[in-house]
Design a protein. Structure first.
Length: 376
């Protein structure tokens, strides 16, 4: 069986993360020094470049490869050169280093998923909880607030560090942005450090027989709230996102209605289907429209949420179904930050198995305890 555990190479902060987005993979690689990078899949070479210039003035490198190619080859090779001096003429670099990673795409049922959100820069305990499936994991979902905030570029490394610890670069990962990710001077550069669809943080993806939609609520209070200091405009952002959902519905046969789709997921950090207390009770009409569009057209099998720092199953018509849930929803992560009374970090997360019509949800702790095991 292919192991998800692999030693982190020299000069790398973590093993690569293979993000699924639309019909491609975006491979992200954090480094501790300036390098130039490319990835080989079979006979093809894919570069981290900007209009023909190999990038080195960044610590996070990204290479996009066709999903079909990596699914077929089931391995990829990362090649990098550490830069010595990038002079205008005759720049110098070290000899190339090559590391090959096995890769296993989602192929069929059962599909074993693990969900992490709200890590807030914790790494050790989310990785321990996220190893629930061991090497049998098929897909990792990182669902927002993985960094504590975007006030420092270094915070973004937590995304790849958690993914590295759980998948070792050998399984696909889906990522969504959380509201804490929108805070801080580096938030405007978020798209440089995480997967996006041409800069958009909402998109659809394929992973074997799974079709998914990643949505992004942005912040959780009105744009005018003093906490944001006049720095956000998420109402307009959500209007564009609503149009995106309508556009996906118009392309149904290319998206969720494709013949080989067996499971449909909606992933969003903030649970938009219930109304919270003020000032968190925003966009009720718009979020109600999201629920209606999903319920009447896309008909997802499961929604995965974070944000509320709990582990809870939300049934259709339940006490928290305020806006017309399209399907069962799961809030799937609870962090325990170290403090003076509890110096050790802890984390509760969520494992999901999808097999035919059966969906199983397991809440577990970083110490291996099973908190709940439910078949929906």
């Amino acid at each position: 069986m292919m192991s998800t555990q692999k030693e982190i190479p020299v000069n790398m902060v973590a093993n690569p993360t293979v993000f699924a987005l639309k019909n491609t993979y975006q491979i992200f690689m954090p480094f501790s020094c300036e390098v130039i990078v490319w990835v080989k899949v079979g006979e093809e070479v894919y570069y981290d470049e900007s209009n023909g210039i190999l990038r080195s003035n960044t610590n996070m490198h990204r290479v996009e490869v066709p999903m079909e190619a990596l699914d077929r080859e089931r391995s990829y090779t990362v090649v990098y050169r550490k830069m010595i001096e990038r002079k205008p003429y005759f720049p110098t670099s070290e000899e190339p280093v090559e590391i090959t990673y096995d890769f296993r795409p989602v192929t069929g049922d059962p599909v074993r998923i693990y969900h992490v959100s709200d890590a807030h820069n914790l790494v050790k305990s989310p990785v321990a909880a996220g190893r629930y499936w061991g090497d049998d994991i098929d897909l990792l979902v990182l669902n927002g607030d993985i960094p504590n905030h975007s006030g420092r570029v270094e915070n973004f490394n937590a995304v790849c560090e958690i993914a590295s610890g759980i998948t070792g670069g050998s399984r696909p990962v889906v990522f969504s942005r959380g509201n804490h990710d929108t805070r801080g001077i580096c938030a405007e550069n978020f798209a440089e450090y995480t997967p996006t669809d041409n800069g958009r943080t909402y998109y659809t993806f394929r992973a074997g027989n799974i079709w998914g939609m990643v949505l992004d609520c942005g912040e959780d209070k009105p744009d005018t709230n003093a906490e944001y200091g006049h720095t956000i405009c998420f109402h307009q952002f959500r209007l564009r996102e609503t149009q995106f959902i309508r556009d996906v519905i118009r392309r149904a046969e290319e998206e969720y209605a494709a013949e080989d789709v067996k499971h449909k997921l909606v992933i969003c950090h903030i649970p938009f289907s219930f109304v919270n207390h003020p000032p968190f009770d925003i966009e009720q009409e718009l979020y109600g429209e999201w629920c209606a569009l999903l319920r009447e057209h896309i008909k997802p099998d499961l929604m995965l949420f974070g944000h509320n720092h709990t582990t809870k199953i939300l049934p259709v018509g339940g006490e928290l179904d305020h806006l017309g849930q399209p399907c069962t929803a799961v809030i799937g992560s609870k962090p325990f930050m170290p403090n003076k009374d509890r110096p050790e970090e802890h984390f509760h997360g969520c494992a999901v198995s999808m097999d035919g019509e059966e969906i199983r949800v397991i809440f577990n702790t970083d110490s291996g305890e099973i908190l709940e095991d439910t078949k929906l």
